[in-house]
Design a protein around this ligand. Structure first.
Ligand code: ADP
Length: 264
């Protein structure tokens, strides 16, 4: 019988202990880098609307307020910057909650068709402004029950449909298509806009990533919409995929759990 060398056993234990600690240190370092980058990104994004509002207010104080037309114009611009700041902070709160897993999903049986129609109504003014035609396919569907958090899934649909209106072409079409399978319901949101270059597709779900920076800022985009969508869908055991063709359009697809037959 071979005797166990006590020294080699001790060595092995020390080795295992050190590797485990090394792994923990690496994990902490990764989290620290993430935290630092996140703070740097957030400060940078906050600066833009704050500097803009500050600029307008100071110009007003320096005399522009004397001219009622100029004053009106600058006040409107300052207000727009502050509204943007408000949206950014709200999105940041949601993103930090969903990223940290703190956000509890309240699953319920919901009628997806009802939700899509409500969102179409909500976005009607924005769509009209760009001449966008919103449609749901198939038209005949009245009830598709899924198991999901109604508020969060509305947020996902709003972000995707609003993006399709914002970044799609003027007088274009945005179509939401719903396909039922045995256990899943597939949802796709498709536009016929300018599309997204292939090499940028994997990056659009990163926080603050924008393909067309000026268009995004001009439309009040925070660069957080798709990051929020990705995390909400992950919390639903789903994921989002995107396909796009330049000058043809973009399609986002995800699935949700279909309500069991006995309930539906
Ligand atoms: P934003 O607040 O800038 O809209 P998002 O995270 O929602 O941020 O989207 C990230 C970027 O992806 C946008 O800035 C835009 O450049 C691009 N994008 C999103 N949806 C579409 C679309 N349907 N067509 C073309 N580009 C899109």
């Amino acid at each position: 019988i071979k005797s166990i060398n006590p020294l080699s056993k001790l060595n092995r234990e020390i080795y295992n202990y050190v590797s485990k600690k090394q792994e923990e240190i690496n994990e902490l370092k990764k989290m620290e880098t993430f935290r630092r980058e996140f703070l740097a990104d957030v400060s940078h994004e906050l600066k833009t609307p704050i500097f803009a509002a500050q600029g307008f207010v100071h110009t007003l104080m320096d005399g522009a307020i004397e001219d009622p037309d100029v004053a009106q114009r600058f006040l409107k611009k300052a207000a727009k910057s502050l509204d943007g700041l408000d949206i950014l902070v709200r999105d940041l709160v949601v993103l930090t909650q969903v990223e940290s897993g703190d956000l509890k999903m309240h699953l319920a049986l919901i009628n997806l068709i009802e939700i899509v129609n409500e969102i179409f109504e909500q976005l009607e003014t924005k769509a009209k402004k760009r001449g966008t035609k919103l449609s749901l396919k198939p038209k005949s569907l009245e009830k598709v029950l899924v198991l999901a958090d109604p508020q969060r899934i509305s947020q996902v649909l709003i972000n995707l449909i609003e993006n399709a209106i914002k970044y799609g072409k003027e007088n274009g079409k945005v179509q939401v298509a719903i396909t039922e399978e045995d256990k899943k319901v597939w949802v796709s949101i498709e536009d016929d806009g300018p599309g997204i270059p292939q090499d940028q597709l994997p990056r659009i779900f990163e926080r603050f990533y924008r393909v067309d920076k000026s268009r995004s800022r001009e439309t009040g985009g925070t660069g957080l919409g798709l990051a929020i969508v990705k995390h909400i869908l992950n919390a639903h055991d789903s994921s989002i995929s995107v396909s796009s063709k330049i000058d043809k359009g973009t399609r986002f697809t995800f699935h949700l759990a279909k309500a069991p037959k006995e309930i539906a």
